[in-house]
Write a protein that binds this ligand. Sequence first.
Ligand code: ATP
Ligand code: MG
Ligand code: MG
Length: 350
Amino acid sequence: GSTIGILGGGQLGRMLAVAAAQLGYRCHIYAPDTDSVAADVSAAFTCAKDDDLDALGQFADSCDVVTFEFENVPVGPLHAIENRAPLHPPIGALDIAQNRVAEKTYARDQGGTTAPFAEVTDLASLEQALDETGCPAILKTVRMGYDGKGQARIKSADNLAKHWDTVGQQHSIAEGFVTFSHEFSVILVRGQDGEIRFWDTPHNVHENGILAHSLAPAPPEILAQEAPARELAARMAEAMQYVGVLTCEFFATADGPIFNEMAPRVHNSGHWTIEGAVTSQFENHIRAICGLPLGDTGLAATRVEMHNLIGKQADDWSGLLADPANHLHLYGKGETRPGRKMGHVTKLHF
Ligand code: ATP
Ligand code: MG
Ligand code: MG
């Protein structure tokens, strides 16, 4: 059978490898860390620094197609593997998504609306940026942030040095604080022939900057903004010549959908699709990168809830299985740490 290479060894890679196995593919995981939870379920595993050109080249040679589950793979070295195995989604999409300034600029150029934002490179430019964004604002590192990490909320223009320290004095973006009624994501898959399919739009609830719950179908306030949000996401996917699953996060506001960020990969807000949709985001990503026809993205229940299992002390989630409507996913991460995503549970309602 064919081998799919996955760059990154986290839970997204693990769930991709499970979906790939069902379709008869073997997976080769490439990750810098030895305790990768994707390696547990894959056929082959290479542990090497993600900018090790020799190791990356050998990895690519062992694969029929390469994808990624981690959006912070260094882009430079990827160009070296491009000629050795097909890579989907395209490097260009990764490049944009890795940089919050480039990402929001791209969304605007494609006709989307974002929060007012300005680039911040030092304390003086932070002060200037607030003229653009107003207060309150959020300061975020331009690169590498996830789960709300590397962010500072700015309530007033006093004590900006403290906020600049909070983001580690790194290249950052200041964004105006968006007043929203709901958060949601557009999750689409684009095939090699350009066909696009959307899953039902989940309503996403964040707690402390981390996704806590995704609920589908979304309430009317979100559905009223679904069409323009989907249109923007599809336009961006087409412009990037995208292949695979693409997720765009939005705020539902009185002025319509505000684009926040994109993930050029399967996404936590799409985990409910494993049981809650006819074809999951993981299976359709594999289908897309392998050039297979896309599966039905329709709902497989009347209502679906996904709850993240975020680490606290001494957790035992097996009790969730007492409810037969629950589907439990544990990522095999071993050590529970506060704030760490250990698994999720999906509950279907018929
Ligand atoms: P993710 O884990 O989704 O990749 P992230 O670290 O990239 O998270 P964001 O998604 O930009 O960060 O922000 C995390 C959350 O913080 C958002 O889902 C939202 O709840 C809140 N937030 C971020 N930016 C803004 C904003 N400009 N206005 C209001 N709330 C915001
Ligand atoms: Mg993000
Ligand atoms: Mg986000």
